[in-house]
Design a protein around this ligand. Structure first.
Ligand SMILES: *[C@@H]1O[C@H](CO)[C@@H](O)[C@H](O)[C@H]1NC(C)=O
Ligand SMILES: *[C@@H]1O[C@H](CO)[C@@H](O)[C@H](O)[C@H]1NC(C)=O
Ligand SMILES: *[C@@H]1O[C@H](CO)[C@@H](O)[C@H](O)[C@H]1NC(C)=O
Ligand SMILES: *[C@@H]1O[C@H](CO)[C@@H](O)[C@H](O)[C@H]1NC(C)=O
Ligand SMILES: *[C@@H]1O[C@H](CO)[C@@H](O)[C@H](O)[C@H]1NC(C)=O
Ligand SMILES: *[C@@H]1O[C@H](CO)[C@@H](O)[C@H](O)[C@H]1NC(C)=O
Ligand SMILES: *[C@@H]1O[C@H](CO)[C@@H](O)[C@H](O)[C@H]1NC(C)=O
Ligand SMILES: *[C@@H]1O[C@H](CO)[C@@H](O)[C@H](O)[C@H]1NC(C)=O
Ligand SMILES: *[C@@H]1O[C@H](CO)[C@@H](O)[C@H](O)[C@H]1NC(C)=O
Ligand SMILES: *[C@@H]1O[C@H](CO)[C@@H](O)[C@H](O)[C@H]1NC(C)=O
Ligand SMILES: *[C@@H]1O[C@H](CO)[C@@H](O)[C@H](O)[C@H]1NC(C)=O
Ligand SMILES: *[C@@H]1O[C@H](CO)[C@@H](O)[C@H](O)[C@H]1NC(C)=O
Length: 825
C-alpha cells in the first residue's frame, strides 16, 4: 500500500518536472546542437551586406537552455523514448534573396530521424545538398518550394523511398527528370512546377501508382505525355491481338489510378491527348494548356465524372464541331481557348452548373451570348477574339461573383447595360475593339475594386463619366479611339497608372489635377483637341514614363523643367504649335539614357494575381504604332525599352542642342517639319541605339557630321529639305543610306550613297549590295509616325485558374439565380 503510494508520488513529481523543464522529456542533445548550429548559420551574413530580416524575431525560443521539443516549428516524437525531432517546419524564415546558401542547411542532416522537412519560401540559393540527404532515410515529406535552388535534382533524393510528398516547385532547378523518379513508389504528390526542367517526362512516372498530385507546370518538358508508346509497346500490340481490354495493361499516365491532379501546362509537350487518361477515374483537374498538343479533343473527356477542371487552351488541339457533347462532368473550370470552336455558343455548357472559370477566347463563336450564361454566375469569363454580336445580357452583371470579364475583339454592338455597376466584385473589364456605343453607365463607379478598364476602339460617346471615389482602385483606364468629347475626364480617382484617352474629341486644356495622380506613368491624350499653352504642371508628374500629346493644339514653349521627369522614355509632342527652342536641358532626361525599371502596373496586376491565389494572368501587352502607314503592335517587352523623342510638326526654332547626344537610349529621334537652323551637332553621333532619325524639313545648314558613321543601329535617316552641303559621311550604316529622297532638296549634298560625286573626289563606286540589309531595316526600324498608346495593354487573359480566394470572398451557396434572369424567363 505504502509502496504504491510512494510510486504514485514519484510519478506525480516525475510528471510535474516534465511539465516545467525537464531532463526526462527533452530532445536528444545532438538534435538540439544541430538546430542551434543551423540557427547560428542563418544569422551569419554572407558576403552581401543586405541586412538580415530573419531570425531576431523568429526562432526566439531556440535557445540552449530550453528543451528543443518545445521550440516553435519543432516537433518531437513523443511516443519514442529518445524523443527525436521528427518534424521541422522552417517555412518562410528568410525572405531576402541571397541571404542564405544551401550550405547553411548542413547541420540539419544530423537529425536522421526527420520525417517531415519544410524549407519552403526561404530564398535559399545554391544546389540542393546531395549525399547528405541519404541521412534522411525515413523522410516522408520534403518541401523545398519557393527558394532559389539551382542545378539538377540530386540522384540521392530518389533513394528516399518513403517519400510521399516531394515539392520542389518555384526554384531554378534544371536538367532532366531522371527515370529514377520511378523508384519513389510511395509518392502521393510530386510538384516540380516553375523550374527549368527539360527533356521528356520519364515513362517511369507510371510506376508511381499512389500519386494523387502530379504537377509539372511551367517547365520546358518536351516530347509526348508518356503513355504506352515507349517501352510497353510490345505489351500493347499483344493486347491488341488478344482483343482484351487495354485497361488491364499498365500504361504510364493511365496507370496512375489514384491521380486527382495532373498538371502539365506551360511546357512544350506534343502529341495527342493519350487515350489512357480515360482510365483515371479519380481525375479532378487536368491541365494541359499552353503546350503544343495536337489532334482532336476527345469527347470522352466530358464523360469523366470526377473531372472538375479541364484546361486545354493554347495548344494546337481542335474541336470537332460536329460531335454532340452530352457531358457527364460537372466542371468548375474549363479552358478551350483557341480550339477552333465554330458557330453558336455551345449549348451543352449550360449543363455545367458549377462553372466558375470559362475561357473560350480565340475561337470562331458567333451569335449572341445566351441568357443562361448570365445566370451561371461565372467568376472569370474570357470570350475575347470571337465574332460574338448583339448586346450583353444584363443578368451577367447581377452576379456578385463576376471578377474578370474579357469580351475584347468581338462584334458586340449595343449600349452597356445600366446595371453594369451591380457586378461590384469586378476587377478587370476588357471590352476593347467592339462596336459598343452610348455613354458609360454611371453605375460603373460603384465598382470600388475595379482595377483595369479597357473600353478602347469602340463607339462610346458623351461628355459625362462615372464619378469614382477619389480613392478608387482603378489603375488602368483606356478610353482611346472612341467618340467622347468635352473636358478631359478626371473623375476616375487618383490611383491611375495608365491613362489613355487618345483619339477622341476631348477639348479644353489639360486639367491641373493630373498632378493628384501620384502614380501616373503613362499619359496619352494624343489626337484630341487640347488647347492652351504647354502646361507647366506636366513637369510635376514625376512618375511619368510615357507622355503622348501628339496632334493637339498646344502652343507656347516647351518648359525646360520637363527634363525633371527622370523616368520619361517616350515623349511625343508632335503635331502641335509649339514654339521656341528644344530645351537644352533635354540632355538630362535620364530615362532616355538608362535601362528602365519595372512598370508599376505590373506590380498592381501581379498583386491581383497573387490575391486571386491560383490565378495566373498572362500579360500579353502591346503598343500600337503606325509604321509606314500600317498599324503594328510593338511587342510588350519593348514598350518601355523603346525610347522615343518626337517633336516633329511644330514651329520649333533655334539650333539642335548638342546635349541631345546624351540620350543614348533613344531609338527614335524625330524633329522634322520645324524651323530649326544651324549645324547638326556632332554629338548626335553618340546616340548609339538610334534606329530612326528624321531631321527633314528644317533649315539645318552646314555639313552632316562625320560622327553619323558611328550610328551602328541606324536604319532610317531623313535629312531632306534642309540647307545642308558637303559630303554625306561614309562608313558603317551610313553606307547603306542610299535613298536619294532622304537627302533631296538640300543645298548641295554629295556622296557615293546618292551617286553624286563630290568635288575633288573620284567618281562613286557602285554602292554595296543592300538587299540583305533592307530586310533588317524593315524589321528593326519603327519609323514612329505615331507613337502609340497602349491599346490592349493587357489584351489577353490567356488563362486564369482560381481557387480558395473566391470562395472566401463570396461564400454564398451556388445556384442562386439572379432575379433579373428569372423574370426574363
Ligand atoms: C529560452 O527559451 C525559453 C522559452 O522557450 C525561455 O523561457 C527562456 O527564458 C529562454 N532562455 C534564455 C536564456 O533566453
Ligand atoms: C509552418 O510555420 C509557419 C509559421 O509558423 C506557419 O505559417 C505554417 O502554417 C506552418 N506550416 C505547416 C504546414 O504547419
Ligand atoms: C553551417 O554549419 C556547418 C557546420 O555544421 C558548417 O560546416 C557550414 O559551413 C555552415 N554554413 C554557413 C553558411 O554558415
Ligand atoms: C548523418 O547523421 C549522423 C548522425 O547524426 C551524423 O554523424 C552525420 O554527420 C550525418 N551526415 C551528414 C552528411 O550530415
Ligand atoms: C510546400 O510549401 C508551400 C508553401 O508553404 C505550400 O504551398 C505547398 O502546399 C507545400 N507542398 C506540399 C506538397 O505540401
Ligand atoms: C517500380 O517500382 C518497383 C517497386 O514497386 C521497383 O522495384 C522498380 O524498380 C520501379 N521501376 C522503376 C523503373 O523505377
Ligand atoms: C535531357 O535533356 C536534353 C536537353 O537538354 C535532351 O536532349 C535529352 O533528350 C533529355 N533526356 C531525356 C531522357 O529526356
Ligand atoms: C489508391 O489509394 C488507396 C488509398 O487512398 C490505396 O489503398 C490504393 O492502393 C491506391 N491505388 C493504387 C492503384 O495504388
Ligand atoms: C489473352 O487474354 C487472356 C485473359 O486476359 C489470357 O488468359 C490469354 O493468355 C491471352 N492470350 C494471349 C495469346 O496472350
Ligand atoms: C468574323 O466573321 C467574319 C465574317 O462575318 C469573318 O470574316 C471573320 O474571319 C470572323 N472573325 C473571327 C475572329 O472569327
Ligand atoms: C442593379 O442595377 C439597377 C440599375 O442600376 C438597379 O436599379 C438595381 O437596384 C440594382 N440591383 C441590385 C441588386 O443592386
Ligand atoms: C480633379 O478635380 C475634380 C473636380 O475639380 C474632381 O472631381 C476629381 O476627382 C479630381 N481628380 C483627381 C484625380 O484628383
Amino acid at each position: 500500500m505504502a509502496k504504491s503510494r510512494l510510486v504514485g508520488l514519484c510519478y506525480l513529481i516525475f510528471s510535474l518536472s516534465c511539465l516545467s523543464y525537464s531532463p526526462c522529456l527533452s530532445c536528444p542533445e545532438d538534435h538540439k546542437q544541430a538546430l542551434l548550429q543551423f540557427k547560428f548559420n542563418l544569422t551569419q551574413k554572407p558576403k552581401t551586406e543586405s541586412s538580415t530580416d530573419m531570425p531576431t524575431s523568429t526562432l526566439l525560443s531556440w535557445n540552449s537552455t530550453s528543451d528543443c521539443c518545445r521550440w516553435e516549428r519543432v516537433t518531437c516524437d513523443i511516443y519514442s523514448s529518445s524523443q527525436p525531432v521528427i518534424h521541422l517546419n522552417l517555412s518562410a524564415l528568410i525572405s531576402s534573396p541571397g541571404l542564405v546558401d544551401s550550405g547553411a542547411l548542413a547541420p540539419l542532416f544530423r537529425i536522421q530521424s526527420l520525417i517531415e522537412l519544410d524549407l519552403s519560401l526561404n530564398a535559399i540559393q545554391g544546389e540542393i545538398p546531395a549525399e547528405q540527404f541519404l541521412n534522411f532515410t525515413g523522410l516522408v515529406h520534403l518541401n523545398l518550394s519557393s527558394n532559389s535552388f539551382t542545378g539538377a535534382i540530386p540522384s540521392q533524393l530518389f533513394q528516399l523511398r518513403y517519400l510521399e510528398h516531394l515539392d520542389l516547385s518555384t526554384n531554378l532547378i534544371s536538367g532532366n527528370l531522371s527515370a529514377d523518379v520511378g523508384l519513389l513508389t510511395n509518392l502521393k504528390a510530386l510538384k516540380l512546377d516553375e523550374n527549368n526542367f527539360v527533356g521528356e517526362i520519364p515513362v517511369e512516372i507510371g510506376n508511381l501508382t499512389q500519386l494523387k498530385v502530379l504537377s509539372l507546370r511551367h517547365n520546358r518538358f518536351s516530347g509526348r505525355i508518356p503513355t504506352s508508346v515507349s517501352h510497353l509497346r510490345e505489351l500493347h500490340v499483344m493486347d491488341f491481338k488478344n482483343n482484351t481490354l487495354s485497361s488491364a495493361i499498365p500504361v504510364e499516365i493511365g496507370d496512375l489510378r489514384n491521380i486527382s491532379t495532373l498538371s502539365l501546362s506551360q511546357n512544350s509537350l506534343t502529341g495527342e491527348i493519350p487515350d489512357s487518361i480515360k482510365q483515371l477515374g479519380q481525375l479532378e483537374m487536368l491541365q494541359l494548356d499552353a503546350n503544343s498538343l495536337y489532334g482532336e479533343i476527345p469527347p470522352w473527356l466530358f464523360e469523366m465524372e470526377a473531372l472538375k477542371r479541364l484546361y486545354l487552351g493554347g495548344n494546337k488541339l481542335v474541336w470537332n464541331n460536329s460531335v454532340k457533347i452530352s457531358p457527364k462532368t460537372s466542371l468548375s473550370g474549363l479552358s478551350l481557348r483557341s480550339c477552333g470552336i465554330v458557330g453558336k455558343f455551345p449549348d451543352w455548357l449550360s449543363s455545367q452548373k458549377e462553372l466558375n472559370f470559362l475561357d473560350l477566347s480565340y475561337n470562331n463563336l458567333d451569335g449572341t451570348i445566351p441568357e443562361w450564361l448570365g445566370e451561371m454566375e461565372i467568376r472569370i469569363l474570357l470570350l475575347s477574339d470571337n465574332n460574338l454580336t448583339g448586346s450583353l445580357p444584363p443578368c451577367l452583371f447581377e452576379s456578385q461573383k463576376l471578377s474578370i470579364l474579357d469580351l475584347s475583339r468581338n462584334d458586340f454592338s449595343s449600349e452597356l447595360p445600366d446595371n453594369l455597376g451591380n457586378a461590384t466584385n469586378l476587377i478587370i473589364l476588357l471590352l476593347q475593339r467592339n462596336r459598343f456605343m452610348g455613354s458609360l453607365p454611371e453605375s460603373l463607379s460603384r465598382i470600388q475594386g475595379l482595377l483595369m478598364l479597357d473600353l478602347s476602339m469602340n463607339r462610346f460617346s458623351g461628355d459625362r463619366f462615372p464619378r469614382f471615389d477619389i480613392n478608387a482602385s482603378l489603375s488602368y483606364l483606356d478610353l482611346s479611339f472612341n467618340e467622347f468629347y468635352g473636358d478631359v475626364p478626371m473623375s476616375f480617382g487618383r490611383n491611375i497608372i495608365v491613362l489613355a484617352l487618345g483619339l477622341n474629341n476631348f477639348s479644353g486644356s489639360l486639367p491641373e489635377n493630373l498632378t493628384e495622380m501620384k502614380s501616373l506613368e503613362h499619359l496619352d491624350v494624343h489626337g484630341n483637341r487640347i488647347t492652351g499653352e504647354f502646361p507647366d504642371f506636366i513637369t510635376k508628374l514625376w512618375t511619368l514614363r510615357a507622355l503622348n500629346l501628339r496632334n493637339n493644339n498646344l502652343n507656347g514653349l516647351i518648359p525646360d523643367a520637363l527634363s525633371n521627369l527622370a523616368g520619361l522614355r517616350i515623349l511625343d509632342l508632335s503635331g502641335n504649335q509649339l514654339i521656341g527652342k528644344i530645351p537644352p536641358t533635354f540632355g538630362s532626361l535620364t530615362g532616355m539614357t538608362q535601362t528602365p525599371k519595372g512598370l508599376a502596373l505590373y506590380s498592381a496586376i501581379e498583386g491581383v494575381a497573387a490575391s486571386l491565389s491560383e490565378v495566373i494572368v498572362y500579360v500579353n501587352n502591346g503598343m500600337l504604332v503606325i509604321w509606314k502607314g500600317s498599324m503594328q503592335i510593338l511587342p510588350s517587352s519593348m514598350i518601355y525599352l523603346y525610347s522615343v523623342l518626337d517633336l516633329s510638326r511644330n514651329r520649333l526654332s533655334d539650333q539642335i542642342p548638342s546635349s541631345l547626344g546624351n540620350l543614348e537610349g533613344l531609338k527614335t529621334l524625330n524633329i522634322s517639319y520645324n524651323e530649326i537652323s544651324g549645324e547638326i551637332p556632332s554629338s548626335i553621333g553618340d546616340l548609339k541605339n538610334l534606329e530612326s532619325m528624321d531631321l527633314s524639313h528644317n533649315r539645318l545648314s552646314g555639313q552632316l557630321p562625320k560622327s553619323f558613321a558611328r550610328l551602328q543601329q541606324l536604319s532610317t535617316l531623313d535629312v531632306s529639305n534642309n540647307e545642308l552641303v558637303g559630303q554625306i559621311p561614309e562608313g558603317g550604316q551610313m553606307n547603306l543610306m542610299n535613298d536619294p529622297n532622304s537627302f533631296a532638296d538640300n543645298s548641295g549634298l554629295c556622296g557615293a550613297q546618292i551617286q553624286v560625286p563630290c568635288p575633288g573626289t573620284s567618281p562613286p563606286e557602285v554602292s554595296p549590295d543592300l538587299s540583305e540589309n533592307d530586310d533588317k531595316g524593315a524589321l528593326l526600324s519603327w519609323e514612329m509616325a505615331v507613337v502609340g498608346y497602349p491599346i490592349g495593354f493587357i489584351s489577353t487573359l490567356v488563362a486564369a485558374y482560381f481557387a480558395g480566394f473566391f470562395r472566401l470572398r463570396t461564400p454564398e451557396p451556388r445556384h442562386q439565380y439572379n432575379h433579373c434572369c428569372q423574370q426574363q424567363k
